[in-house]
Design a protein around this ligand. Structure first.
Ligand code: NAD
Length: 549
């Protein structure tokens, strides 16, 4: 039975304050000598538990929760009381708890945020407080912060503008930095940038807890963001800032504006691209092919789709192809079909991938035609259009190649461009499939097809681990290529590792990124064993330590 570890930690709070400190609290597992030393005698029931007993109690109670929100609240309460036990519980029951810490249940919780609010975590920065952001950040944490996840709640999952409810996403993601990236729970900070909401239901809701005004935009928005970034640099100069679920019109702009100002990245753009790259590289390994030999269609040229298209293009260039050849391999389809030069409704952001208009085609060239004309072998969906991949399109893909790679990435499952079952049936079992949301295995022709889940959680905790372990000023795109390649190398032929192996995978990715950063002179020159030691030293394990005064 494990309990207190050899590691000694100096603690300067006692009595009820110690029990209320979620990072230090051990609940019924405080041993006799610590109960005496820290004035806890009488404040706890007499039996001293070991952590295994505590885990058994939590397990029984978790199973008694009757619905999704009850389970979400149960885990939130546990986290707010005893973070060591919370993370240990999540670690040992990862498949069962992950849907509640993050998608999909966190989306349900975001819609219930104001009504269900009962505990503050992280920091809320209303637009009107733009000149006091430094003070607000200092209120949030006494110690150094290593990872900040900041959202304006503009586009939460597939739910749109959920206002202040969007805070559930930074809370969930910072937890995953700790759970999978080993970042100490006291060193992560969820931030809600409250520029208002354009959700009329929330604006009229008397119980709504956010800023009850329409969203700020344009110069006002960027003045607020500038001040936030300046304050972050001053108060937490070493922190990695992850932009999360910003409105589409701001996502790329915010990334470009601040990426050289402050250590930062956008998970929806760069994290998604990296995980898709990992999925493609693993699928190509299974197929015995290389990316340069494939023809790609990205269906849905929004924030995610264009980010994916650009990063595939940049990755081909990174591997020696010239840009003109690389972009020719990628077709982008948006709501008016294939994007081509001279198209009436061509959006400026689509010009880069716009093709010469093929001969004998109408104004709108749909997916089915594009797949035929461009001999497509890889199809990625990021359009949120249910059933957009027709039977005929899927059959055409199977005619173009021995193993088409088909990733309908749109979330939630009700928005997927095709179900894995439909894809496997239409391609007679030849397709390699990954989805945005978890889907059950598919059985076809006496075989079982496991469906990989393209989830950014394989990437961002590793970035946080890397930046916690090393002093670095910027995150170049190449870090995301290295992360994708490393994940592909360690992935089984099931596309992605099991969640049980994610802590190990995060370490391997962080090590590979550090090796690259060291070679490129972005961090000091280090040997492999020095890199390993630096990572191991910061990687937090959810175990109770021995407390001393
Ligand atoms: P977005 O609104 O920025 O982009 C959607 C794009 O699809 C828009 O450009 C829109 O014009 C286009 N579109 C709409 N109807 C279309 C049609 N009939 N044919 C072709 N294109 C059409 O949204 P986004 O942030 O890019 O997200 C898109 C989807 O991708 C969402 O469902 C999101 O959940 C999913 N996503 C998944 C992951 C993942 O890792 N699995 C990551 C990011 C986004």
């Amino acid at each position: 039975m494990e309990n207190s570890e050899d590691k000694k930690v100096k603690v300067d709070v006692s009595g009820k304050d110690l029990l209320r400190n979620s990072v230090l609290n051990k609940g019924s597992a405080f041993p006799e000598e610590e109960r005496k030393l820290f004035n806890l005698e009488g404040l706890l029931p007499p039996h001293v538990s070991c952590i295994d007993e505590q885990l058994k109690r939590r397990q029984e109670n978790f199973h008694k929760c009757s619905d999704n929100l009850a389970k979400y609240n149960f885990l939130t309460d546990l986290q707010n009381r005893n973070e060591t036990l919370f993370f240990r519980f999540c670690m040992e029951n990862v498949n069962e708890t992950l849907p509640y810490i993050y998608t999909p249940v966190v989306g349900e919780a975001s819609l219930n945020f104001s009504l269900g609010y009962h505990y503050s975590r992280g920091i809320y920065i209303p637009f009107e407080k733009m000149d006091e952001i430094e003070l607000l950040l200092r209120n949030a944490a006494k110690s150094e912060i290593e990872v900040i996840v900041a959202t304006d709640g503009g586009r939460i999952l597939g739910l749109g503008d959920v206002g202040v409810g969007g805070m559930t996403i930074p809370i969930g993601k910072t937890s995953l930095y700790t759970l999978f990236g080993g970042v100490h729970p006291s060193k992560v900070l969820p931030v809600f940038l409250d520029v208002g909401t354009d959700n009329d239901v929330l604006l009229k809701d008397p119980l709504y807890l956010g800023r009850k005004k329409h969203r700020k935009s344009g110069d006002d928005y960027y003045e607020f963001m500038d001040k936030f970034v300046t304050a972050v640099k001053k108060v937490f100069p070493k922190a990695l800032l992850q932009w999360e679920d910003l409105l589409g019109i701001h996502a790329q702009k915010v990334l470009d504006r601040y990426r050289n100002e402050v250590l930062s990245f956008n998970d929806d753009i760069q994290g998604t691209s990296s995980i898709v790259l990992a999925g493609l590289l693993t699928a190509l390994k299974m197929k015995g092919s290389s990316l340069r030999d494939e023809n790609i269609v990205v269906f849905g040229g929004g924030a995610a789709g264009l980010g994916i298209a650009k990063s595939i293009c940049a990755y081909l260039v990174y591997n020696g192809m010239n840009e003109t050849q690389a972009k020719e391999k990628i077709c982008v389809i948006d709501r008016y079909g294939l994007t081509y030069k001279g198209q009436d409704k061509l959006r400026p952001e689509h010009e880069f991938f716009a093709k010469e208009k093929p001969a004998n085609t109408g104004d709108e060239i749909n997916l089915e035609e594009t797949v035929k004309l461009f001999k497509t072998t890889i199809l990625i969906g990021a359009s949120a259009q249910k059933d957009a991949f027709s039977q005929k399109t899927l059959e055409n893909l199977a005619n173009n190649t021995s193993s088409p790679i088909i990733f309908p990435l749109s979330n939630p499952d009700s928005k997927a461009e095709a179900t894995p079952e439909k894809i496997i049936n239409a391609t007679k079992g030849s397709a390699i499939v990954a989805t945005g949301t978890a889907f059950p295995d598919v059985h076809y022709g006496g075989k079982t097809f496991h469906i990989g889940q393209c989830n950014n959680v394989y990437i961002f905790p590793a970035m946080g681990l890397f930046t916690t372990a090393f002093d670095i000023k910027t995150i170049p795109d190449e870090f995301f290529y290295i992360a994708g390649e490393t994940l592909a190398e360690i992935s089984p032929p099931l596309l992605f590792p099991k969640f049980e192996h994610l802590r190990t995978a995060s370490k391997k990715i962080a090590i590979a990124v550090a090796r690259y950063a060291s070679q490129e002179g972005l961090i000091p020159k280090l040997t492999d064993s020095q890199i390993q030691t630096a990572i191991d030293q910061v990687f937090w394990e959810p175990k109770y330590n021995k407390y001393i005064k």
